[in-house]
Design a protein around this ligand. Structure first.
Ligand SMILES: Nc1ncnc2c1ncn2[C@@H]1O[C@H](COP(=O)(O)OP(=O)(O)OP(=O)(O)O)[C@@H](O)[C@H]1O
Length: 269
């Protein structure tokens, strides 16, 4: 899988220039996190990856194919998009119906839909809630319902917009398991998040946006070491990373264990 953005520019009808020439290549299955302050352009970028938005200028290519060549509904088989707000995505009377809807639309046989649903419901923790109305679920469960509905389509790429929003520790652990499982199945996950601990725990590659541009792109260690640039972008590294930076450690750490180890090592130098 290769996603390529070339000088992508987008201006909303209101005149807001949300993207000012974004160049970005995402290849393979290593999960990628997209971070940056509110209004940086993250959602606008990901809405270009399945054609919800069309570039004003520049290009979006999926495996060398220009995004304009297919409709959003056609791209949905390959690129799954989980909306930031579940209420924008859920519209049927039960979790089961939400899960079945997409696969039925593309003509998947009933037996396969059933098998896929059992597996998916288990993964997202809704096996016991398939008959419930989505609007009777908790916010966290609604989010897992939208994730499940997209998993049911078995796309190659998953785009998550703020998946940790409304999640507690258990929800974050489940999200971690879902990301791991999707990676093991050869899927590429691209995630927007404001939760830097979640980002550091789950993503090797981090892309930072600011005012419609990509300003940093690298590993968690590389990106979270750029304290000045992050400060200007109103992005704070994870708490343990900041404690280590505040203590003057050179190494960028993301866990208490790594912090203690770095402290020992740097004391001995
Ligand atoms: N429908 C819209 N009409 C007009 N302007 C918009 C629209 N959606 C977003 N914008 C503007 O485009 C810019 C980029 O917004 P976008 O939602 O892509 O940012 P973001 O990084 O995803 O922010 P957040 O973290 O708050 O979701 C912002 O200035 C925003 O106000």
């Amino acid at each position: 899988m290769k996603i390529e953005l070339k000088k992508l520019r987008y201006v909303y009808p209101s005149g807001e220039e949300a993207l000012k020439g974004v160049d970005l290549i995402i290849e393979g299955t290593d999960p990628v996190a997209l971070i940056g302050q509110n209004g940086a352009g993250k959602t606008t970028v990901v809405k270009h990856l399945n054609g919800i938005l069309r570039p004003v200028s520049g290009e979006v290519q999926i495996n060398g194919e220009r995004i304009e060549t297919r409709s959003t509904a056609q791209w949905a088989k390959q690129i799954g998009y989980v909306f930031q707000n579940p209420d924008d995505q859920l519209f049927l009377e039960s979790v089961k119906k939400e899960f079945e809807f997409g696969p039925k639309q593309i003509g998947l046989p009933a037996k396969q839909i059933k098998e896929r649903m059992e597996w998916t419901a288990e993964l997202v923790g809704l096996s016991e809630k398939l008959d419930m109305h989505p609007f009777d679920l908790t916010m966290a469960e609604k989010k897992f319902c939208t994730i499940g509905a997209v998993i049911m389509m078995d796309p190659d790429v998953f785009i998550f917009d703020e998946p940790t929003c409304g999640q507690d520790v258990q929800g974050n652990l489940r999200l971690h398991r879902i990301l791991q499982t999707l990676k093991e199945r050869g899927k590429l996950c691209i995630t927007i998040s404001h939760d830097m601990k979640f980002v550091a725990d789950n993503f090797n590659r981090i892309v930072v946006m600011r005012r419609g541009e990509v300003i940093l792109d690298g590993s968690a260690e590389e990106v979270f070491a750029q304290v000045d640039i992050l400060n200007r972008s109103f992005v704070l590294p994870p708490p343990i990373t900041r404690v280590a930076q505040g203590a003057g450690l050179q190494q960028t750490v993301f866990t208490t264990e790594a912090f203690m180890e770095a402290l020992e090592n740097e004391r001995m130098v």
